[in-house]
Every structure is written in C-alpha cells, then in structure tokens.
Design a protein around this ligand. Structure first.
Ligand SMILES: [Mg+2]
Length: 380
C-alpha cells in the first residue's frame, strides 16, 4: 500500500459571535488500496495548511505503515527552515494522526491497540467554568472537574465554587501564559489559591519564561501545568527534567503526533509528571486521537473537553462517542473510529485567521502591577 494523495480541509470552528478566529484543519490521506486515514492539526491553521502542501511530495509514494520513518523524514525536512514551532510540528501532526487512523483501519484495530493497548474504557473530562451558571451546569451534567480562566477575580471565584461544591469537584485555574504575567504576580496569585487544593495551576507565566516558571514552581504549593504552546518533546523536556512542572499539557493538534506524545508521556512518567492534553481550540478528530492515547497511559490525569461547543463539532465528524458522567467512552472501532463528513465541512468555510486582542483597557492583557492597586488585588 502506498500513499497517493494528501488533502486538507480548513473549516470554521467558531461562530460569528464566538471565537470567530478559530479554525479546524482536517487532513485526509489517500492510498492506492482505496483506504484513507483522517487527521487534524492546529498551530496557525492557514499557515499549517500551506506547510502540509509543501510536505505532501515527501509523503506521496511512502508506505503508510512506516510511521516513524515518515515522521523522521518530515521532521528532518523542516529543519532547514530553522525553528518552525507549531507550524512545522502542526503540519507533521496532521499527517501523523492520519497515518495512525489508516494503519488501524488497515489492520482492523483501534489506534489505542497500536499504542500499547488500553488501560481503561473511559476518560475523565473537565469542562470550562466561564461563569457560575456554567459551573452549575457542568456539575449537573456529572462533570467532576472544571477550569476557570484568567486572573480577574480568580481567587474569589475559586473560593465560591469550592464553597458550593466542596471537595468532590476538582478545580483548575488557567492563567493564560501571557507575556504580561510576571513571576512575582503569578506567585502572589498562586499562593492565594493554595488553600483551595487545585488539581493544577496552568500557564502561570509565559511558556517562553522557563526561569520565571521555575521561580513560581518553587514558591507555590500547587501542581504546575504547562505545555499547550510547545512544538514537541524536545521543547517540553527541559521543564520536566528540571522538575518545574507537574502536569504536561501537549496539544494533540500541534505537538507532532500521537507517537511524539507517547514519547513525551514516557519522559513524564519517568519524572512522576502527569499528562493532561490541551484541547482549547481543536476540533473533534484531534480530540478523538487524544482519547486513544490517554486510554494507554499510566500517567494520564484528565482531558480538556469543550462542552456544548459550536454545532459543527457534531456535524463535521461521524462517530462521536458518548459522554457519560463527565467521561468520554474510548472507541472500539478500527483506526480513530471516526470519519469526516465532507458535505458538512463545506457548510463551514474558513473566515479570518488572526486572534483578536480584547479592546477592554482593563483586560488582563496588561501587567497586573500596572492596572491594579496591588494591596487591593492581594486582599481580593
Ligand atoms: Mg491553557
């Protein structure tokens, strides 16, 4: 069997009102045997789409079963461009996920069976508690873990949710990792969150500030989570080796593929670090790939899930597994167990490609010290 064609589909993953910048980039890999595999990737989707077009001649003609060989070939071919970040690793990711799907279909077995075999039949999920009503809705639906975003009122909101739900709900705070976050502020916020026993404290400083992250990790008694911005295991490895993080959050759409994530998980396992993949912007295919991987990991913690997301999430892909009691069921069908619906995809053409910056002058895209009265902020 040989690869004959690589097709990509750039799809709007948002709505005009909500996250209009968000796109999903799906990949379909065809072969001369009539079989095809589906994948998905992210990074900067329209740019990643072009990168995949550039890489396609290196993939056509290859035996799709030779996943590691193809991965190394693609990876090596990007090196001449310097550090391509999530664009390069995103492009490799989309092709790699499709290779696993194809191999599973060809062998008649689910991808989790190719990744070491599953340890569990369902994966615990967490939702996003954008506001108190949303938090209640998640709890009512059986979710036992939820995440809050941003710095503003983070402590008072966590205090309120902990008071409402008690210790049975796991809470997380995602500080966003903006370059406007200083280690000193991240330490202040983290220390005030300590008493609420978070499952993790995510992106307290920028992913580019390894030294600052080390300062936060040393000063704050909370598990530190980071990883969504990193293009592969070589980028995330130093933080694990330095003992700076407790939870690794590779993004399934741009980390380099399932095998790359499996390797990262092994490095993490050897350092008592847990794995909780990022799923903040991805579509349903990458999400399913993450479920197959997490089914096989001893050091899996939890998976991010976009509850009640945009309607097209449930239209562009067939084979959505059921969600029960805040868990997603691990599929047993061959490959990833899902397929693309190209007619549905055509109904959601791509729109703009840049992520807008909020116009609110008091928004957290500013250094906390510059727009808060510090004593009041620390007291809140
Ligand atoms: Mg995040």
């Amino acid at each position: 069997m040989r690869i004959t064609e690589v097709r990509t589909f750039l799809v709007s993953g948002g709505t005009p009102e909500r996250a209009s910048w968000r796109h999903w980039l799906f990949v379909k890999l065809h072969t001369d045997a009539g079989l095809y595999g589906v994948g998905e990737c992210w990074g900067w989707p329209r740019v990643v789409q072009t990168a995949i077009a550039d890489l396609t001649p290196l993939v056509v003609g290859e035996d799709p079963f030779l996943i590691e060989r193809i991965w190394q070939k693609l990876y090596a071919s990007t090196q001449g461009h310097g550090m391509t970040g999530v664009v390069g690793s995103g492009a490799v990711t989309g092709i790699e996920l499709a290779l696993w799907d194809l191999k599973g279909k060809a062998l008649g077995t689910p991808v989790w069976n190719l990744l070491g075999g599953k340890m569990r039949d369902r994966i615990r999920l967490y939702g996003h508690a954008f506001d108190d009503g949303r938090a209640r809705e998640l709890a009512d639906r059986g979710f036992t873990a939820m995440k809050l975003f941003g710095w503003r009122d983070a402590v008072s909101r966590v205090r309120k949710l902990r008071g409402e739900f008690g210790p049975d709900i796991d809470l997380m705070v995602d500080a966003g990792g903006g370059p406007w976050q200083t280690p000193a502020d991240a330490i202040s916020l983290g220390r005030r969150l300590e008493r609420y026993g978070l499952l993790f404290y995510e992106d307290p400083v920028s992913a580019l500030d390894a030294g600052g992250l080390a300062r936060v990790a040393q000063a704050v008694d909370l598990p530190i989570a980071i990883g969504e911005a990193y293009p592969g295991m070589f980028a995330l490895r130093p933080l694990i080796e330095r003992g700076v993080i407790d939870v690794a959050q590779p993004d399934t759409g741009r980390f380099g593929g399932l095998w790359q994530m499996k390797k990262l998980a092994a490095i993490a396992e050897a350092h008592q670090v847990m794995v909780a993949p990022h799923q903040g912007s991805l579509g349903p295919v990458a999400e399913m790939a993450a479920i197959h991987l997490l089914a096989t990991l001893p050091n899996y913690l939890i998976h991010e899930y976009l509850v009640n997301d945009v309607p097209q999430r449930y239209e562009v892909m067939t084979g959505q597994p059921a969600i029960e009691d805040g868990h997603i069921l691990v599929p047993d069908r061959p490959g990833l167990g899902v397929d693309l619906d190209e007619e549905a995809i055509a109904r959601y053409p791509p729109r703009g490609n840049a992520i807008p910056v909020d116009a609110d002058p008091d928004y957290d895209y500013q250094y906390v010290a510059a727009h808060r009265r510090r004593a009041a902020w620390l007291a809140g």
